[in-house]
Write a protein that binds this ligand. Structure first.
Ligand code: SF4
Length: 212
């Protein structure tokens, strides 16, 4: 695994995406927090990985303006407002659906706020990814997202009513549900790195299974 991760970090770096490896969720938490200056405005792309490693709790409790559209009790209007504000945050923290061995970051969104903020707007984007999200290539990434990640994600959200069919069957049938979570597919292949624009994305690869 070490060799695979080393090569992946090299590939990402060739694509102007900085990346590092940490052994476990504790190290991942400290790494993320060390990259966010106090008093920052921090945007959040809903991520089980970030919840599992404790980033969400730390940001809620720390000296930050944490824009969390999924805070319990929040209204739909407030949810949309926070998603919009996240697009110009100082730091945007999120997970990813898949990372390919040739250094592509692959995501499929329902609403699109998460992928939008990963692309442009925030001054810094931090992506945390467990080793279980590393896949061979783009084809495998898309297959896994549709047939495993999305159905499991739907199952975790009983509030999506009517539930997309994969939440019941565990299989994608390319639905047209009003709550379809596979609407916007984004593949980040590379970042600018020139005399005008510098890369903003950092990928933290964690040597543990995280998220789905
Ligand atoms: S397209 Fe619909 S059925 Fe298929 S994974 Fe997405 S939400 Fe589920």
């Amino acid at each position: 695994m070490e060799q695979m991760v080393k090569e992946l970090i090299k590939k990402l770096s060739e694509n102007n995406i900085s990346a590092c490896y940490v052994k476990n969720r504790g190290e991942a938490l400290e790494k993320v927090i060390s990259m966010i200056p106090e008093t920052s405005i921090v945007g959040f792309g809903d991520s089980l990985t970030l919840k599992q490693i404790g980033v969400v709790d730390r940001l809620e409790q720390g000296n930050y303006t944490f824009l969390n559209p999924w805070k319990p009790g929040i209204s739909v209007e407030e949810n949309i407002k926070l998603k919009k504000q996240s697009l110009t945050s100082d730091v945007f923290v999120t997970g990813t659906n898949a990372l390919t061995l040739d250094g592509r970051i692959v995501n499929v969104d329902g609403h699109g706020n998460r992928v939008a903020a990963m692309l442009f707007g925030p001054s810094k984007v931090i992506i945390v990814v467990g080793i279980n999200k590393i896949v061979e290539n783009l084809e495998e990434a898309l297959k896994k997202i549709r047939n495993k990640t999305a159905p499991l994600n739907v199952k975790q959200h009983p509030d999506l009513t009517p539930m997309p069919p994969c939440g019941i069957t565990g299989v994608c049938n390319d639905c047209s549900s009003p709550w379809r979570i596979c609407n916007k597919t984004v593949i980040i292949e590379r970042e600018y790195n020139n005399n005008k624009y510098k890369p903003i994305i950092t990928v933290i690869i964690v040597g543990e299974e995280l998220g789905i």
